[in-house]
Design a protein around this ligand. Structure first.
Ligand code: F6R
Length: 600
C-alpha cells in the first residue's frame, strides 16, 4: 500500500527520495510528498496523483542543501486523496510519514485539540506529530517525547519523524507495516524504505525491523531503542526486490493475503461489532433488499456475500453479472441498496450498471480497491478493500479482501437490523479474527500443490464442485485455472452434477472437490461419491480424510466454514499457479487478458 523512504547523508537528498518513491510506485498510490530538513529549516513538497507531479513542483524552485529527508507515497485510507491529506504531516515544527492505521486517533485528536493543537487534515497520521510535539513541549527531550508518543499509539504504525527540535536525526519505529533501515555505502549515510527496492545499489547491510522496534538515526550512527534487531544482506536484483523474492507477482500476492486482510480489518473489526467509518447507519433506512453487481472474480465475491447476507443479516440479496444486468431492462425499486464490487473501480460493465442504478434513484455502495476510481467517484458510498495494488492479472488478494469486507458488511447489517444475536455475532467476530492466520501459506500446502500439479496437466477438463459458499469458491477456483493454465475448467454446484454434467465423468475428467467439515459435509460427500462411482479422478480438499480421493489435500481443522473457505482459496490459487508454471505459461500476464477491462 503506502510507501516510505528516508535519507541521511551527503548525496542529493531530494533525488534519493524521489528515486526511492519511484521504486515503490508499483504498490499503488494516489499522492506523494517529501520533507527536507537542515539546521535552519524544513521544506515540504506534496502533490496529488503521479510522482511526476511532485517532481514538476520541485523542479520549479531552487532547493537548499538538505542532509536529511523523508518521503511517502499515500494510498488513501482515512480521508480522501488530497494534497492536504498527503504525507508528510506537519505539527508546528516536525514532520511525520506513516504507514498503517492509528486506531485510537479520534480519542487522541480530541485530547490534543483540547490542548490547543490545530489539525488540518482528515488523516489519522496527523495525531502522531502533534502527540510528539505535545510531549516535547513539556519534556524538552526529543527521545523521551518520541518514546512517549509510541506508547500512546494503537493500531499499525511504521513511521519516520523529523523535527527542527533535533535537526540531525530521524526518529523511526516499526509496528505492523514493513520498514527497513540500512547503512549506506557512503560514510555516515543512513537509509530507510518500506521495502527493498529503493535501497538496492546503495547499501549492503540492512535491518528488516521487527514489530515494536524503533530508534533514532543520525550521521553519527543508529541508536536502537531495543536490542531485538539483526543486520542482514540485501538482494542485488531490482526485479527480485519488487517481487519480494517471489517468482511471480501472483505468487507474492497470494502470500500477501494474510497481511492485506489484516489491513482490511484494521479499525473495522471490534469486539463489539463491525465499524465502517465510511458509511452511515442511515444508508440502510428503508432498505429491504440488496442487489450486487460485478464481473469475474468480483462477481464470485458477490455471490459468496449473497449467502452471508441472507444467512447473517436476513436481508434479501440477489447477484448479477454486470454485463447481463445492463441489457435485461431490470426492475429497480427504491427499497434496494445497489452494491457494486470491483478491484479496479474501472470495469466498464460494472460502472455502467452502477450508473443505471443511480439513475433509477437507488442508493449505491462500491466495494473497491482503488480510491478515486470511476466507481468510487460515482457511488454514494465507498468501502475500500485496502489490498494494495494487484499486479498479477489473475486476481487473488482482491478477492480475499472483498470477501472479508462483505462478510463484515453482513455482520454490520445483521447487528443494525437486530437479526443477528449477540452470541452469533461474537462467534463470527472470533472467526474473522482468525482469517489472516488462515491465509498464511504453509510450506506443507505449497509443496503439496507443487507436487500434485504435475498430475493435472492434461485431461479433457476440470470440474470444481462445492455447495453453499463453496460453490462461488468453486467458480473462482475454475476461473483461476482457466485464466493462467488455459485448461478447460468449470465451477459447479455439487448437487447439480447429476442433472447433466455427470455424463462427462470418466478418468480423464478431473474433479476438484471442496469438502468443508463445517458445512453440508455429508451432502458434498455423497455428491463426490457419485462422481467417484463413474470413475472420475478426484482431488479432494478437506480437513477430513476421504478414502475415495485419488489425490487429497488436507486442511487444518477449524470450527467455522469461512475459515475453511479461506484456506481452500489459497490451495486453489496455488494449484492453478503451479499448473501454469509447469505448462510454461506467463503466470502474471496470461494471453488475451488485461488487468482492467475498461471497454464493453
Ligand atoms: C479474474 C479477474 C477478472 C476480474 C474482472 C473484474 O482473475 O481478475 O475476472 O475480476 O475483470 O474486474 P474488477 O474487479 O476490477 O471490476
Amino acid at each position: 500500500m503506502c510507501g516510505i523512504v528516508g535519507y541521511i547523508g551527503k548525496k542529493d537528498t531530494t533525488k534519493f527520495l524521489l528515486d526511492g518513491l519511484k521504486e515503490l510506485e508499483y504498490r499503488g498510490y494516489d499522492s506523494a510528498g517529501i520533507a527536507l530538513l537542515n539546521q535552519n529549516k524544513i521544506e515540504v513538497f506534496k502533490a496529488l496523483g503521479k510522482l511526476s507531479n511532485l517532481e514538476n513542483k520541485i523542479s520549479q524552485v531552487t532547493i537548499d542543501s538538505y542532509p536529511i529527508g523523508i518521503g511517502h507515497t499515500r494510498w488513501a485510507t482515512h480521508g480522501k486523496p488530497t494534497e492536504l491529506n498527503a504525507h508528510p504531516h506537519l505539527g508546528e515544527y516536525s514532520y511525520v510519514v506513516h504507514n498503517g492505521i492509528i486506531e485510537n486517533y479520534k480519542e487522541l485528536k480530541e485530547e490534543l485539540s483540547s490542548k490547543g493543537h490545530n489539525f488540518v487534515s482528515q488523516t489519522d497520521t496527523e495525531v502522531i506529530v502533534h502527540l510528539f510535539e505535545n510531549y516535547y513541549n513539556s519534556l524538552n527531550d526529543t527521545k523521551k517525547a518520541f518514546e512517549n508518543t509510541i506508547k500512546r499509539l494503537e493500531g499499525a504504525f511504521s513511521i519516520l519523524l523529523i523535527s527542527k527540535a533535533d535537526p540531525e536525526k530521524i526518529f523511526f519505529f516499526k509496528h505492523g507495516s514493513p520498514l527497513i533501515i540500512a547503512k549506506g555505502n557512503e560514510e555516515n549515510e543512513v537509509l530507510f524504505a518500506s521495502s527493498d527496492a529503493p535501497l538496492i545499489g546503495f547499501t549492503q547491510s540492512v535491518v528488516y525491523l521487527e514489530d515494536g522496534v524503533g530508534g533514532i538515526a543520525s550521521a553519527q550512527g543508529i541508536e536502537f531503542l531495543s536490542d531485538n534487531y539483526s543486520w542482514s544482506n540485501l538482494p542485488t536484483s531490482k526485479q527480485f526486490a519488487q517481487k519480494d523474492g517471489f517468482r511471480f507477482f501472483m505468487e507474492k500476492e497470494i502470500y500477501e493475503q494474510g497481511t492485506v486482510v489484516s489491513d482490511c480489518m484494521l479499525g473495522r473489526l471490534k469486539d463489539e461489532g463491525i465499524c465502517f467509518d465510511e458509511i452511515e447507519p442511515s444508508l440502510f433506512d428503508g432498505v429491504r433488499e440488496i442487489k450486487i453487481c460485478a464481473c469475474g472474480t468480483s462477481y464470485h465475491a458477490g455471490l459468496t456475500a449473497s449467502y452471508l447476507l441472507e444467512r447473517l443479516a436476513k436481508i434479501k440479496c440477489s447477484v448479477e453479472i454486470a454485463s447481463e444486468f445492463r441489457y435485461k431492462q431490470p426492475l429497480l425499486t427504491n427499497d434496494t441498496l445497489f452494491i457494486v464490487i470491483s478491484q479496479s473501480g474501472e470495469t466498464a460493465d460494472t460502472l455502467e450498471a452502477l450508473k443505471m442504478a443511480k439513475k433509477a434513484g437507488l442508493k449505491s455502495l462500491v466495494i473497491c480497491n482503488v480510491d478515486n476510481s470511476s466507481m468510487t467517484r460515482t457511488a454514494d458510498y465507498t468501502i475500500l478493500t485496502r489490498a494494495g495494488i494487484e499486479k498479477g492479472v489473475a486476481s487473488t488478494k482482491a478477492f480475499s479482501t472483498q470477501t472479508v469486507v462483505l462478510w463484515m458488511l453482513a455482520l454490520y447489517i445483521g447487528k443494525l437490523n437486530s437479526h443477528l444475536q449477540k452470541e452469533d455475532l461474537d462467534k463470527e467476530i472470533l472467526a474473522l479474527r482468525e482469517v489472516p492466520k488462515t491465509l498464511i501459506v504453509s510450506d506443507r500446502i505449497h509443496e503439496k500443490t507443487r507436487r500434485l500439479s504435475k498430475r493435472y496437466l492434461h485431461g479433457h477438463g476440470f470440474f470444481f464442485i462445492g455447495r453453499d459458499v463453496f460453490f462461488p469458491l468453486a467458480l473462482e477456483g475454475a476461473l483461476k485455472l482457466k485464466e493462467i493454465s488455459y485448461l478447460h475448467a468449470e465451477g459447479y454446484p455439487a448437487g447439480e452434477m447429476k442433472h447433466g454434467p455427470i455424463a462427462l465423468a470418466d478418468p480423464e475428467l478431473f474433479t476438484i472437490a471442496l469438502m468443508p467439515q463445517n458445512l453440508l459435509y455429508d451432502k458434498i460427500k455423497s455428491n463426490v461419491e457419485e462422481l467417484s462411482a463413474r470413475d472420475s479422478t478426484i482431488c479432494a480438499i478437506s480437513p477430513l480424510d476421504f478414502e475415495l480421493a485419488d489425490d487429497f489435500i488436507k486442511l487444518q481443522k477449524t470450527d467455522h466454514y469461512m475459515l475453511e473457505f479461506f484456506e481452500m482459496l489459497v490451495v486453489l490459487q496455488l494449484l492453478s499457479m503451479e499448473i501454469s508454471i509447469r505448462l510454461g505459461n506467463d503466470v502474471d500476464m496470461p494471453r488475451n487478458l488485461a488487468k482492467s477491462v475498461t471497454v464493453e
